[in-house]
Design a protein around this ligand. Structure first.
Ligand SMILES: NC(=O)C1=CN([C@@H]2O[C@H](COP(=O)(O)OP(=O)(O)OC[C@H]3O[C@@H](n4cnc5c(N)ncnc54)[C@H](OP(=O)(O)O)[C@@H]3O)[C@@H](O)[C@H]2O)C=CC1
Ligand SMILES: O=C1OC[C@@H](O)[C@H](O)[C@H]1O
Length: 398
């Protein structure tokens, strides 16, 4: 219990590490597009313990909102108003952009950031369509810039430990995989960006994208087909949008007869017997046992890796917890992490390593991000409500 409290305290109030003072290798200055709720946990707090990161600027559509946000989080440069986002992109002091805008604006503002010559860490899901994701990477490659989809959970050692168990062959071949991520009914307001089709809303986009990504990551494969997909609408007086999925369930066929199921829900009805407000887990059934990771999305807070091994006719069970990398598979100049590091802190470590020309411990590749988006589209098509509308943004002529 003491270690849990200590870990949570450290995660929320990390030690402030002094920034490197090396003119030949200065810290990376980040600019944030939008005073988004996710920006403090995903970038501002993790940056405090990273010696090579300064959160330098924020832009919000409303200048006062940007100023309030900047004051609260100690950000020195503020942009606001209708041109605020572009002014931030044009600031020569800014090296990298964090894009936590609504999904439907990821494409436009990531493209604009790349055009302005900035590296980009962009929130998940990367865009509305796979074609947009491809264009984003094509531009990043053309400009020689780093671009990363913020699938933060992938950077944490807990999910990587589960993959290592599966890849080791200890449990034999994978037979099925089931991933769930839900939010409790009432937690997300009906006015939230997640329920707005024009902004790329929907459960499959928001929470479902993790479950799909996790299935693809742990099985090291892409689906071969969507067997079934069911979208549940949000029953709310002011939501009449039938293309918004409050919840999505899908069954996917994967190579080698593996069956995957996923569930994402933005307003899961409360379950009382046994009490359950959320579901956040992935379970993999193999020929010789199972492995289950409880809380694969925010493992720093708490997680458990339950392994049941049925090899040789006897059943053994064990529980593992992996808060930091036990073995030194980073480069010597990388950090092995701390038990209080959030997924976002591990992610930031990798992003900075990539920018600095070091080998990051983990990466989410172009192919991975494109495939994830493609299968999100495929699931929406199978569910009968269609992919999210693609962005109307057009690249300016060269
Ligand atoms: N990695 C993670 O764990 C998480 C990731 N996310 C992702 O981050 C993104 C943002 O989520 P979240 O922080 O919860 O959302 P918020 O609604 O808090 O933030 C979105 C920001 O987008 C800006 N914005 C610009 N145009 C619009 C518009 N037309 N309508 C609404 N907002 C607009 C607003 O900025 P302004 O300040 O300029 O008004 C706002 O601050 C999403 O892509 C989501 O999927 C979200 C939660 C967790
Ligand atoms: O990225 C996210 O992670 C946690 C979820 O609850 C949230 O809705 C989503 O945007």
């Amino acid at each position: 219990m003491a270690s849990l409290v200590q870990r949570l305290y450290r995660a929320l109030v990390p030690p402030e590490i002094p920034k490197v003072q090396d003119s030949a290798n200065p810290p990376i200055k980040f600019g944030i597009l939008g005073a988004a709720n996710i920006a403090p946990p995903a970038l501002i707090t993790p940056a405090k313990s990273h010696p090579e990161v300064i959160v330098y600027a924020v832009a919000a559509r409303d200048l006062q909102k940007a100023q309030k946000f900047a004051k609260k989080y100690g950000i020195s440069k503020v942009y606001g108003g209708t041109d605020g986002y572009q002014q931030l992109l044009d600031d020569p002091e800014v090296d990298a952009i964090y894009n936590p805008l609504p999904n439907g604006l990821h494409f436009e503002w990531t493209m604009k950031a790349l055009l302005a010559g900035k590296h980009v860490l962009c929130e998940k899901p990367f865009a509305d369509t796979a074609e947009e994701v491809k264009q984003m990477f094509d531009l990043a490659e053309k400009k020689g810039l780093v671009l990363l989809e913020a699938f933060h959970y992938r950077f944490h050692p807990a999910i990587q430990r589960v993959k290592a168990i599966l890849d080791s062959g200890e449990l034999g071949k994978i037979k099925s995989i089931d991933a769930k991520l839900t939010a409790p009914a009432g937690a997300i307001k009906s006015s939230d960006i997640r329920f707005d089709l024009a902004l790329g809303g929907g459960a499959m986009m928001d929470v479902g994208c993790y479950t799909l990504n996790c299935i693809r990551y742990l099985t090291s494969s892409d689906p071969t087909s969507v067997i079934s997909a069911t979208a549940l609408p949000l029953k709310s007086a002011n939501i009449t949008e039938t293309k918004i999925d409050r919840a999505m369930t899908a069954t996917l066929a994967l190579p080698n007869d593996v069956i995957a199921s996923l569930e994402g829900d933005l307003a899961m009805p409360w379950e009382f017997f046994p009490p359950k407000l959320v579901k956040v887990w992935v379970e993999v059934k193999c020929e010789g046992g199972t492995v289950e990771l409880l809380n694969f999305v925010l493992p720093t807070l708490y997680h458990s890796i339950k392994v049941t091994n049925k090899a040789g006719g006897t059943t053994t069970k064990r529980v593992e917890k992996v808060y930091k990398f036990a073995d030194a598979h980073f480069e010597s100049n990388s950090n092995l992490g701390e038990d209080w590091w959030l997924t976002y802190r591990y992610q930031l470590e990798a992003f900075v390593d990539k920018l600095k020309g070091r080998t990051p411990h983990t990466w989410v590749t172009k192919e991975d991000s494109i495939a994830n988006m493609q299968w999100i589209e495929n699931i929406y098509e199978k569910a009968g409500i269609g992919a999210r509308p693609k962005s109307g943004y057009m690249l300016p002529p060269e």
